[in-house]
Design a binder for this molecule. Structure first.
Ligand code: 4FV
Length: 250
């Protein structure tokens, strides 16, 4: 049974509590498919003031997370799982942009994944040099901390584990699953505020329905994210449909 093991290092464990104890992630943890242990970096400080950050050498605004407590935290994690191998990821705007492909790769990760959450201005570079295997960013904007980014990574990877999503939540045809955006979805009632569900979806003809959904996914991608078409795995039929759509939309 594939499972995912995360060790999250943060100064604010409380930020992670809610999302990890609700709905699908909670159920995945209860089933033992997802393990998330959250450690407070401050527990690895050695001074009586539990100092985890300090002012930057060379001056400037903001504080920098100290190397010592983070090194201690990594040692504690490695001591807690003797003989195990680890993948350490720093969540930071400097990282590679996290995407569905990286989520799929991580969902098959056998190593225990350490997620290091930054806070304040930055983390002492010597941590990155010595302990960080990979930097991941969830987007080109600046957060107050890496915790929300860590939750995004955990959520996107865990939901791809067999047994995490129930039928009602299936990842069977995810957005980006084949590199395209999703097609429109409808549910009861068939008429709402004078707006009707497309007839094909009421036809019961699954070949027609699949064809309509594929065309709508191509149209949505062409209109909203044409950049994705370059990497999407398209059939010749798809390309013909796209050509027709381009003419239609001119
Ligand atoms: C971030 C991002 C992010 C930067 C300074 C935390 C903040 C503070 N992490 N994707 N975008 N991190 O903005 O992952 O330490």
């Amino acid at each position: 049974m594939r499972r995912l093991n995360f060790e999250v290092l943060t100064l604010f464990p409380g930020i992670l509590e809610g999302p990890l104890n609700e709905s699908i992630l909670k159920r995945a943890r209860d089933k033992g498919l997802l393990n998330t242990s959250v450690r407070n970096i401050r527990d690895y400080t050695e001074d009586k003031h539990k100092t985890a950050d300090d002012s930057p050498y060379g001056g400037g605004a903001g504080m920098v997370l100290k190397a010592g407590p983070i090194f201690k935290a990594f040692e504690a994690i490695k001591a807690a799982y003797p003989g195990e191998s680890f993948l350490s990821i720093l969540l930071s705007p400097q990282g590679r942009l996290f995407d569905q492909q990286r989520a799929e790769e991580l969902s098959g990760e056998k190593r225990r994944i350490i997620l290091l959450c930054g806070h304040y201005e930055a983390i002492d570079e010597r941590v990155i040099d010595a302990l960080v295997d990979e930097e991941l960013s969830i987007g080109d904007y600046v957060l107050t901390g890496g915790e929300l980014a860590a939750l995004v990574v955990i959520d996107a990877a865990a939901r791809l584990l067999p047994g995490v999503l129930g039928d009602e939540e299936s990842a069977y045809r995810d957005s980006f699953g084949d590199g395209l955006l999703d097609h429109p979805h409808y549910t009861r009632p068939a008429e709402f505020l004078g707006r009707n569900v497309p007839d094909v979806l009421l036809s019961g003809n699954h070949a027609d329905i699949d064809r309509w959904r594929r065309r709508e996914a191509l149209k949505a991608t062409l209109i909203k994210r044409p950049d994705l078409l370059a990497t999407a795995d398209l059939t010749d039929e798809d390309r013909k449909i796209l050509e027709g759509l381009r003419q239609e939309l001119e």
